[in-house]
Design a protein around this ligand. Structure first.
Ligand code: GLY
Length: 368
């Protein structure tokens, strides 16, 4: 394990302790850094799906340093996220991302009982999105009643957690039904995955594939590949169902073939050569999944690929005050939707730090 990783983590902790102070003063949830300032989420206020990554980052740094300034900042944002239970209308299947890394992390690391209740509340909201024809509904627009998306594989971690925590098998059963549908409908023969599949909300039959945050219909949005890779790895770790491990390996093999020589990740593996569009978040998520998959399977190729990705990401870190965060060249969507292109976005920082924590032996594993 390169000693450099430990140094980067310590420098990052110092930087985020400083810039967390700015977020606290403004009482915001940082989404990205722009012109040396934190900017909030582009849509849906504090219900935007990324709200848990900032407290997750704070919990990672708390695990690293033991400094209570990180705990206090995480809890400040947890309170804002819990207010969103009352607003409710913007919350969607991404309550997994939002509450497992915030309240779930708090409960895991401190035993905070209220945080446990809040995480269970989020799990129940996710259960409420289950359509018994076989999938969890992703989004709220009336036209999206049948939409399922690959990203949801990560949200399933909240359901597996809730079954373990309560002894009630309903949560895990729903997670497995959704994972089985994802396996059947999203995984392509070459190991790539679709982003959005529409199912008939009355029968569960496949209606169509839709283009999402990647280049085009039928292309290969790299962050979607990474969600599938890490999501199926977590589903295997939570269930020991061999089909999920097989899926994780197929997506991993496909992802590895597409890592660029410089260790960075194209926003879409089927994008045209120009314009070059990098999404380092995809590389950071995939690195986390590959590290866990290497540990599960003893496959050194997965570990080597994770090192290649992490070393690529470290060439894109900005420790100056021009940027409040760390990882640059993060892209929310291939076709710019206003959520950020080739810039610093906090969930890129979260997954880079999680990967570094795994490689240095300190990861508290907030997904389980
Ligand atoms: N919708 C989740 C993502 O942008 O990756």
């Amino acid at each position: 394990m390169p000693a450099q990783y430990e140094t980067v983590l310590r420098q990052a902790a110092d930087k985020f302790k400083r810039t967390a102070e700015v977020a606290r003063r403004d009482n915001i949830i940082p989404y990205k850094s722009e012109n040396g300032k934190w900017v909030t989420s582009p849509f849906d206020g504090n219900s935007w799906w990324t709200g848990g990554f900032w407290p997750g980052l704070m919990w990672q740094f708390h695990a690293l340093t033991g400094d209570d300034a990180f705990l206090e900042e995480a809890r400040r944002v947890e309170a804002l996220l819990c207010d969103e239970f009352r607003t409710y209308k913007y919350l969607n299947h991404d309550v997994g991302f939002m509450y497992l890394l915030s309240c779930g992390a708090d409960y895991k690391l401190t035993g905070n009982e209220q945080a446990r209740e809040d995480t269970l509340h989020a799990a129940s909201l996710l259960m409420g999105r289950f359509n018994p024809v076989g999938f969890i509904r992703a989004w709220n627009h009336p036209d999206h009643r049948g939409y399922a998306i690959i990203d949801c594989m990560m949200n399933l971690a909240l359901l597996f957690w809730a079954s373990r925590e309560t002894g009630d098998p309903r949560f895990e059963k729903v997670a497995r039904i959704h994972a089985d549908t994802t396996l059947r409908e999203f995984l392509r023969p070459d190991g790539s995955v679709s982003h959005i599949i529409e199912l008939d909300p009355d029968t569960g039959a496949r209606v169509a594939e839709h283009p999402g945050q990647g280049y085009a219909l039928g292309s290969s949005w790299s962050r979607g590949q990474a969600w599938g890779l890490y999501g199926f790895t977590l589903a295997w770790m939570n269930s020991e169902a061999p089909a999920y491990l097989g899926a994780a390996r197929r997506i991993a093999d496909y992802f590895i073939q597409n890592i660029r020589p410089d260790g960075l990740t194209d926003c879409d593996f089927r994008q045209p050569p120009e314009p070059k569009r990098i999404d380092n978040i995809a590389g950071a998520v995939a690195a986390c999944g590959l590290i866990e998959l290497a540990r599960q399977t003893g496959t050194s190729a997965y570990e080597q690929a994770a090192y290649k990705l992490v070393d690529g990401l470290l060439t894109c870190c900005d420790f100056t005050d021009n940027c409040c965060g760390l990882l640059t060249r993060c892209t929310a969507s291939y076709h710019d939707d206003g959520a950020g292109r080739e810039t610093n976005i906090t969930y890129g920082d979260y997954f880079l730090v999680e990967a570094l924590m795994k490689l240095t032996g300190g990861d508290p594993m907030l997904w389980m």
